[in-house]
Design a protein around this ligand. Structure first.
Ligand code: FAD
Length: 485
C-alpha cells in the first residue's frame, strides 16, 4: 500500500534521482522531496534497512542513460545495458516513450517474422543470436513470481524464390548463410513442386528454404516481456516526447583542414503528454531508438546540419515508409505446412492461425511509395499489385477474400536498407539502434546487446557490426542488404 502511494505520489518517471520538473521558470526540488519521504519511511520503520525507493546514492550524480523510444529496439538496449553493467545498480537507465499504447510503433504493427536468410553475414549472425534468445526467452526475461512468457512462436521456414536472374545470387547467399551456421537448403523447381504442390513454379529457377530458427511470433508479447523484465531490473520509464537537446560544443580541425564541431548532449527535454510542460533530464548518453522517427531525433541533436559533403552535413538517412499488410481467407489455400513464401516479384505471404487465413503484401516501388502522413490502408494496392502476384504463384488464391488490413512504418534506411548501430562520430554521446528497414523486430535482441557493448566497452564484442556504423554514410560505404521483403 505504502509502495503504491509512493509511486502515485512520485509518478512513474520521478522515482529516481536528479529528475526535476520545470514549471513556469522554477525547478521543483525532487531530490529534496525524495529524501524527505525517505526520512518519513525510516521513522515509520525505525532501525529497518528496508528502503522502498530505488536507491541511487552510489550512482554518478544526476545522470541517466536515456533511451529514446520504447519499442523493441529501445527496450532491448535498456535490457542489455542493465544486464551487462559491471556492478548491479551502477547504471541508471531511463526509457522515454511518447505513446505507451504504441498505436503507431512499428514493433506492434509488424508481421512478427524471423529468418536467417539475408545477404550480409552480420544480419545472419544477428538473427541467429536472436533465435537463440527467443528460444530461451524465459531464461533471459524471467521475473520471479510472474508467469512464463508465451511468444506464440510458430516454427516455419521462409521459402525464398529466385528467377533465372537471381539464382546465382541466391546460391551465393545460401553458401554464406551456411558458413555462418544457418540451416538452409536449396531446391530445384522440381523439388519445390514435389514438396509444395500448390505452388506454380513458372519463372522460378531456384528456391532456398530455412530448416531451423525461422518462423513468426507475437511481437506484442516480446515487447511486454521486455518491459516487465526492465521494471524488475530498476529501469525507469517516462511517458513524454523528446523535443530538444541541450549540448555543449568544442571545435577541432582534421588533417585535411576540415573544421569539425564535437557535441556532447547534457540534457534531454521531455515534453509531457497534453501539456506545455517539459522535464529536463540530465544524461550521460542518449540512445536514439526512435524507429521510423529516428531521423528527426538525429536532426534535433544537430546531426546533418553542416555543409553538404562533410561529416557535419551527413544526415541519418532513416525515414518512415508506409507498408500495408492484408489479411485474407481462402478455403482452398495451402495448409499447415505452408512456409512464409517470398516471390521474386516482391510479394510475400504466410499462414495466420489455423483457419485458412493468410497475411501478406508487397513493398511498393520508389514511384509507388505512399504518403507516410497517415496509416490509412490502400485496398486498391492489394487489388492491383499484390493479388495478381499472389494468384500467379498460388493459383488457389484466385478465390481469396480480404478480411482486414493494416499499415505500419518501416524504419527505412534510404542509403542501404540496413541497420545503423553504434555512436555518432561527432555527437559523441548519441548512439543509434535504428534503420532496420523491415527486419528490426527479429534482430532487436542482438542489436540491443551490440549497442550496450559499445556503450560499456567502447567496441563490439560478440558480433562485429562495424559495417553498420553511422560513419559509412559519410564515406559512402554501403552495407547493402539485398534480402528485404
Ligand atoms: C508492416 C511491417 C511488417 C514488419 N515485419 C517484420 C518482420 O516480420 N520481422 C522483423 O524483424 N521486422 C519487421 N518489421 C520491422 C520492425 O517492426 C521494425 O524494424 C522494428 O519494430 C523497429 O523497432 P523500433 O523499436 O526501432 O521502432 P518502434 O517500434 O516504432 O518504436 C519506436 C518508438 O519511438 C517512439 N518515439 C518516436 N519519437 C519519439 C520522441 N520524440 N520521443 C519519445 N518517443 C518517441 C515511438 O512512439 C515508438 O514507440 C515490420 C515492420 C512493418 C511496418
Amino acid at each position: 500500500m505504502l509502495r503504491r502511494a509512493l509511486r502515485l505520489r512520485l509518478g512513474p518517471c520521478l522515482s529516481g534521482r536528479g529528475l526535476g520538473t520545470y514549471r513556469r521558470g522554477s525547478t521543483l526540488d525532487w531530490d529534496g522531496k525524495v529524501s524527505e519521504i525517505k526520512k518519513k519511511i525510516q521513522s515509520i520503520f525505525p532501525g529497518g534497512a528496508w528502503n522502498p525507493l530505488y536507491d541511487t546514492s552510489h550512482l554518478p550524480p544526476e545522470r541517466s542513460d536515456v533511451v529514446i523510444g520504447g519499442g523493441v529496439l529501445g527496450l532491448s538496449v535498456a535490457y542489455w545495458l542493465k544486464r551487462l553493467e559491471k556492478q548491479q545498480g551502477a547504471i541508471r537507465v531511463l526509457v522515454v516513450e511518447r505513446d505507451h499504447t504504441y498505436a503507431r510503433a512499428s514493433t506492434v504493427l509488424s508481421v512478427g517474422g524471423i529468418r536467417q536468410q539475408f545477404s550480409l553475414p552480420q544480419n545472419v549472425q544477428l538473427s541467429l543470436f536472436s533465435a537463440e534468445f527467443l528460444r530461451n526467452i524465459n531464461e533471459y526475461l524471467a521475473v520471479v513470481d510472474d508467469p512464463p512468457l508465451d511468444l506464440q512462436f510458430n516454427p516455419s521456414g521462409y521459402l525464398l524464390l529466385a528467377s533465372e536472374e537471381g539464382a546465382a545470387i541466391m546460391e551465393r547467399n545460401v553458401k554464406m548463410q551456411r558458413q555462418e551456421g544457418a540451416k538452409v537448403c536449396l531446391m530445384s523447381p522440381e523439388q519445390l513442386q514435389k514438396k509444395f504442390p500448390w505452388i506454380n513454379t513458372e519463372g522460378v529457377a531456384l528456391a532456398s528454404y530455412g530448416l531451423e530458427n525461422e518462423g513468426w511470433f507475437d511481437p506484442w508479447c516480446l515487447l511486454q516481456g521486455l518491459r516487465r523484465k526492465l521494471q524488475s531490473m530498476g529501469v525507469l520509464f517516462c511517458q513524454g516526447e523528446v523535443t530538444r537537446f541541450i549540448s555543449s560544443s568544442s571545435h577541432m580541425e582534421t588533417a585535411s583542414g576540415e573544421q569539425l564541431t564535437l557535441k556532447r548532449i547534457h540534457e534531454v527535454h521531455v515534453k509531457m503528454d497534453h501539456s506545455q510542460e517539459f522535464q529536463p533530464v540530465e544524461c550521460a548518453i542518449v540512445v536514439n531508438a526512435a524507429g521510423a522517427w529516428s531521423g528527426q531525433i538525429a536532426e534535433l541533436a544537430g546531426v546533418g546540419n553542416g555543409p553538404p559533403g562533410t561529416m557535419q552535413g551527413t544526415k541519418l538517412p532513416v525515414e518512415p515508409r508506409k507498408r500495408y499488410v492484408y489479411l485474407w481467407h481462402c478455403p482452398q489455400g495451402p495448409g499447415l505446412e505452408a512456409p512464409l513464401v517470398a516471390d521474386p516479384s516482391g510479394a510475400y505471404f504466410r499462414r495466420e492461425g489455423l483457419g485458412n487465413n493468410y497475411v501478406g503484401s508487397c513493398s511498393p516501388t520508389e514511384e509507388e511509395e505512399p504518403d507516410p502522413g497517415n496509416l490509412e490502408v490502400d485496398y486498391d494496392f492489394f487489388q492491383e499489385k499484390v493479388w495478381p502476384r499472389l494468384a500467379q504463384r498460388v493459383p488457389a488464391f484466385e478465390t481469396l477474400k480480404v478480411r482486414s488490413a493494416w499499415a505500419g512504418y518501416y524504419d527505412y534506411n534510404t542509403f542501404d536498407q540496413n541497420g545503423v548501430v553504434g555512436p555518432h562520430p561527432l555527437v559523441i554521446n548519441m548512439y543509434f539502434a535504428t534503420g532496420f528497414s523491415g527486419h528490426g523486430l527479429q534482430q532487436a535482441p542482438a542489436v540491443g546487446r551490440a549497442v550496450a557493448e559499445m556503450v560499456l566497452e567502447g567496441h563490439f564484442q560478440t558480433i562485429n557490426l562495424s559495417p553498420f556504423l553511422f560513419s559509412r554514410f559519410y564515406f559512402g560505404e554501403k552495407a547493402q542488404e539485398h534480402c528485404i521483403l
